[in-house]
Design a binder for this molecule. Structure first.
Ligand code: BES
Ligand code: ZN
Ligand code: ZN
Length: 465
């Protein structure tokens, strides 16, 4: 993983190249005060403060300065320095006025690439672009947020061949040993007896990719309990209800919820939030074989509800159901789950907006506020009780999918709701965990969506309360 810490350093009067940030309003005034040569250069490049950036290549002790257009120079976004971080020559830089604040995140993330499978690593032993700041106290959190984000990206980008349930278990254990947490893994016969839905979904996979429930516990017993649950489908072929090729192509990312949950756990532990953390990751491969679960099968869930399998491709909600039931047993004061649960959530909100469901309006409101504050947007969707009807089964307590093409992300959330006691505040994120086209600081591929929003809420509740 990229070592982010050396890329943000406290200001000790070191030699730096200044970065001037301008926006369409401030540009006029700023450019007036520049030497005539600069004005001519910017003019030749048609730089008008609206988009892009430019070097001011004039002899100032052999160093150049940089000018970059941002949307609002008075309030920097997390991503406004990302393109500079991706493209400037190595060296030390500093904002000509003000401090980077939130924009430190994009500065760091602009300098990470997933290159595990490139034989030529183009930035081996490079110094990178270093940003000098007069607010050293903010460095640590920016580094931790960047590390958590790339943890999600790298796990999601890793192909199913290299990342099955066993490797996901390894990733959880690695975090646990860094942070002093305990991990327990349930698999085999015990899984079949205690977590029937997880065992059913994972039943078609070969022995070395066997299904399991990975649980991590951390924190002091006297602190409030928070449970984080993540969908860990290491590959979703659809099972016997096999996906068509186009729908299967990206399904290595179906453990994206687990990656978000693990990254959130890392943020909680490294940020030393005074909570007692319970992380639960049901890890499976939704495969096809003679031992696959079938459409029409009925499975008695851990909670005792009988679930008829209407569609083996609606597997995420099944494994989450058993995991949520287990999470609720600990009587946490909050349960959060992340899952790449439905295509319908993407139809409704597109790739960039995770669908957020919550059984308390106050919790949904808190998440929206936190999301806005850290510019990690989420959208509140309804747990609409009347749609419960769509999950009716002819022979069992409920079915795992509806035969209506409508409201797919809501019915999936309603399914999960059956497994969470009403008295426990719970939020569910149906997220894409992927970016189809690159943006500054956010390459095409796996991405964390909604992670910083949830962490901001937890910080406001437990750290700054
Ligand atoms: N992992 C998929 C959902 C998904 C698909 C997320 C594409 C992001 C992009 C999930 O397991 C699934 O297959 N859901 C089905 C549910 C249906 C069978 C009720 C879906 O969304 O089509
Ligand atoms: Zn599926
Ligand atoms: Zn899935």
């Amino acid at each position: 993983m990229t070592d982010f810490a050396p890329l943000l350093v406290p200001d000790r009067g070191q030699k730096v190249r200044p970065i001037h940030l301008v926006d369409k309003d401030s540009f006029e005034n700023w450019v007036k005060k520049r030497p005539a040569e600069d004005r001519a250069l910017l003019d030749a490049h048609r730089f008008d403060g609206k988009t892009g950036f430019a070097y001011l290549l004039l002899p100032r002790g052999g160093e150049f300065e940089v000018v970059s257009a941002v949307k609002n120079a008075a309030e920097l976004s997390p991503w406004c320095l990302a393109r500079l971080a991706e493209s400037l020559p190595d060296g030390a830089y500093k904002l000509a006025s003000g401090e980077p604040g939130k924009a430190m995140l994009g500065w760091l993330l602009g300098q990470h690439r997933f290159d595990d499978f490139r034989s030529k690593k183009d930035d081996a032993d490079r110094g990178g672009r270093v940003l000098v700041t007069g607010e050293p106290a903010k460095i640590d959190e920016a580094v931790r947020l960047a590390e958590a984000t790339v943890l999600v990206r790298d796990l999601v980008n890793t192909p199913a061949m290299q990342l099955g349930p066993a490797e996901l278990e390894r990733a959880v254990k690695d975090e646990a040993s860094r942070c002093g947490a305990n991990v327990k893994v349930i698999s085999g016969k015990e899984l079949g007896e205690r977590y029937p839905l997880i065992a059913a979904v994972g039943g078609a996979a070969p022995a070395d990719r066997a299904p399991r429930l990975i649980e991590l516990e951390w924190g002091k017993p006297e602190h409030p309990r928070v449970a984080i649950v993540g969908k860990g489908v290491c590959f979703d072929s659809g099972g016997l209800d096999l996906k068509p090729a186009a729908g299967m192509r990206l399904m290595k990312k179906d453990m994206g919820g687990a990656a978000h949950a693990l990254a959130l756990a890392r943020l909680i532990m490294s940020g030393k939030l005074p909570v007692r953390l319970h992380l639960l990751i049901p890890a499976v491969e939704n495969a096809v074989s003679g031992s696959a679960y079938r459409p029409g099968d009925v499975v008695k869930s851990r909670k005792g509800l009988f679930v008829e399998i209407d569609n083996t491709d609606a597997e995420g909600r099944l494994i989450l159901a058993d995991a949520l039931d287990r999470a609720a047993e600990g009587k946490p004061e909050l349960i959060i789950d992340f899952a790449t649960l439905t295509g319908a959530a993407r139809v409704a909100l597109g790739p960039d907006l995770p669908a957020m469901f919550a059984n308390r309006d106050e919790l949904a409101g808190g998440l929206e506020t936190a999301a806005r504050a850290v510019e990690d947007p989420v959208w509140h969707m309804p747990l609409w009780d009347p749609y419960d009807e769509m999950l009716k089964s002819d022979i069992a307590d409920l079915a795992n999918s509806s035969n209506s093409p409508m409201a797919g992300s809501i019915t999936a959330a309603m399914f999960l709701k059956k497994f969470v006691p009403d008295e426990i505040p719970w939020a569910h994120f149906d997220t894409y965990a992927w970016r189809d086209s690159a943006k500054p600081g956010r390459p095409k591929g796996g991405d964390a969506l909604g992670l910083r929003a949830v962490f901001a809420l937890l910080e406001s509740r437990y750290l700054h309360a």
